[in-house]
Design a protein. Sequence first.
Length: 280
Amino acid sequence: VDRIAEPYIICSWKADPRLYKQFPKPTAVFSLGAGVDHLVSAGLPSDLPVGRMVDPDLTMRMVEYVTFAVLYLHRGITQYVADQRERRWNPAAPPAASDVSVGIMGMGALGRPCAEVLRAIGYDVAGWVRTPKRDTSIPVFAGEQMLGAFLQRTDILVSLLPNTPETGGMIRRATFTMLRRSATLGGPFFVNAGRGQTVTEPDLVACLQEGVLKGAVLDVFAREPLPAESALWTMVNVLITPHAAADSDPKALSRQIMDSIARFERGEPIAHTVDFTRGY
Ligand code: NDP
Ligand code: OXD
């Protein structure tokens, strides 16, 4: 955490909430992360301008991660890794990308570019958001009432949802059981690179054990680091990464913050502000 030239601006990423008590009246806060749950839970005044990170470097890293995860699951790489250990030559014939539907929960700064790259590869992509969208050619479902229709067409579910009061624990057994169970992939898959708190983790574990889900690639967890006793660690159908999907180049992030501060000091509105009433 840095205090920058003017004493009224704080840049923080998961700062100790005591910091905000130490400097209780900043003019603005600029977060070094894309997710802002750490700021929402810090109890900042709701009228305080808070800018979050939306940066091409961070976005592209997330695009890389989600594309990797979808290809890893679709192309059955888990099985090849196991086969290699046993010196087993066992080619499989995965379906074409166009026969696989990918559903992205959260079509914001990160979700949209992921959807576009996946569509360029050939996947049948759709998104799910809070408020209806008209500015994209990718089919986007909105709100609780369209969630069922979105899930029923999805083979690989990708979550890039923020952690908010509405999304907490919302991805649960009922979510996984609604996913498409077509013969194409032999069962649905789940990728989580948003926030672990959006998932009811015991349901996720049970669904992976029972075959409701065929497999998962997980970057984020309810508790991080993922506790050693978590059943997820030893599941052969789960690939775990340690909240590393989109760790950005500190130089790129610093440049963004410096630009934002310069604009703010010229009296321009802060880009990518946090809406405390929505929680993201
Ligand atoms: P944005 O705020 O740009 O997008 C959030 C998306 O989630 C929006 O499309 C929004 O809908 C949707 N959403 C929010 N609440 C709901 C809800 N209740 N129901 C349906 N949809 C909802 O965020 P970003 O794309 O920049 O980042 C997303 C998250 O990714 C971050 O909050 C962070 O938690 C996580 N992240 C993880 C990283 C990692 O390394 N694993 C790195 C960076 C971020 P609408 O469009 O209608 O507003
Ligand atoms: C972020 C993250 O929100 O790294 O930026 O998770």
